[in-house]
Design a protein around this ligand. Sequence first.
Ligand code: SF4
Ligand SMILES: [Zn+2]
Length: 578
Amino acid sequence: MDIQEVMGSVSSRKEDCIIFGLRRSQDSCPEVELKSMTTSTERERWQKKRQYSPQELELALKVLESVRSGAEVRQALRANPLPAGRGFLAKHALVAAYRRMVEKGEWEEDPVLLSKIRMKPIRTLSGVTTITILTKPHPCPGECIFCPSEAGLPQSYLSDEPGARRGVENHFDPYLQVSSRLTALHQVGHPTEKIELLILGGSWSAYPADYREWFIRRCFEALNEENPLDDQGPVSLAEVQARNVNGVHRNVGLVIETRPDLVTLEGLLELRRQGVTKIQIGVQSMDDEILLLNRRGHTAEEAETAVALIRAAGYKVVVHWMPNLLGATTESDREDFRRLWREGGLQPDELKIYPCQLLESAELYRYWQAGDYQPYSEETLISLIADVKLEVPRFCRINRVIRDIPSPLVVEGNRNTSLRQDVALFLKQRGQQCQCIRCREIRYGKVDAESLTLTDQVYLAGNAEEHFLSFNTPGDKIVGFLRLSLPKVQSNPAIPDLHEAAIIREVHVYGQSLEVGSEQVGAAQHIGLGTQLLQQAERIARDRGYLGLAVISAVGTRNYYADRGFELGQLYMRKSLE
Ligand code: SF4
Ligand SMILES: [Zn+2]
């Protein structure tokens, strides 16, 4: 068993958002009517491209044979062109031919071959496949002046963003979104055994309780490939989750997004029952004046309290930070960024930097028209992001530095959505390098277990002393890590599983997410690094006198922890250290 609780490189679009432009039929009832798949032109085109003639499949087999005998995929494709100058086969045709051979029993599963022919291999390189799902439009309690809106979409989402588009195409139905994505990922050769679900679309906590329960149940039912029509009467979420523990598509991470003022202990307990493991929170700024000016509706202190509570409950925390808000300058942004890393403060595990972008549908547009707001130019933004990146601690992962808004929609200011590469280049020219997890993740390549060094970075965050344990290569690449929280005070008496316990908030070991049962010698997930990290965490917790070691496990990682001595409690898994 090699399942780790891992979180891949998520590709979320927006933070803590929901919608104004409701669709009546959906708002009145959580049971969103099950509709057939959309027949949009785009979907038809996508499907059409994935229908192969016998000649194409035959050609694909030839290509596969030559890749199996050692040829490069590109070379093999070039050597076998389509007839009549029609170009070359796409990689998904190779995956289809491969799948057929395996299904017919003519070929054994060959994960190495599959890893060569899959499209966008980087997507699952972090060790897990992420599926993004959008909730239905719903009124937002926020009034942020920078927030765009588009009819028929959750507040702040734009239909041109890929994640949002899939939500619309599937009428925001969770089952359809998950199952159609599973099919598509399988068709392009990605493994679908370990799935992280990323629920976007709004402040999750602001949706009605019955909708939230239904939405998560439908996601799990889609992963379990059961109850497609939702016609089996009352089904309990706990039962559906129990079936996912050994299911075909196991859930190894579940992420929601919210706002600081909506975080409560009660809400966090409910999220835990629903299987949530990570929370994205829109902080945007730690300057009360800026928050007020942009009508965020919460203070910096509220953000600190919320993040401390989230951490005390064992969740991973992703903070969204927004430079270039109304009233900010590049100097004040640099100062504001430092507040994220105050000792005992937020110290987020992951960070999304979404520079404010000027869109016509946002109220900020009027400030710009009146000459009271000016977006940063591309050059200014690159230099600002480069500077702040250098201040990011090694325990944090910067997931994004720009939101993927189609450039024609941006009224003025930066339109470059591949800013990350430009920032990296800029830093390189200055002889500097970002130290965040993302920039040090081992990507391709084998790992020599003997050469790895285990380090323990200790820092204070919220009411906890955090230990970031990581295995690093001699070249300072990160191969695996564990986040251990030692609560300074027993701040959560309402959570019995956490009583007198140190908390493991994350275990992540890199390596291409493999099909279950397959082996790939040297891949980081297969040399017991997860177990070694757990043992080290246990030593630390024991030395510090904790009576137990708790872990916030996703439903699909319960077996992994059970095999390592953890027992399922009410909401967490726990190992006694007494
Ligand atoms: S108004 Fe604010 S809280 Fe609401 S969706 Fe927009 S950014 Fe998010
Ligand atoms: Zn980085």
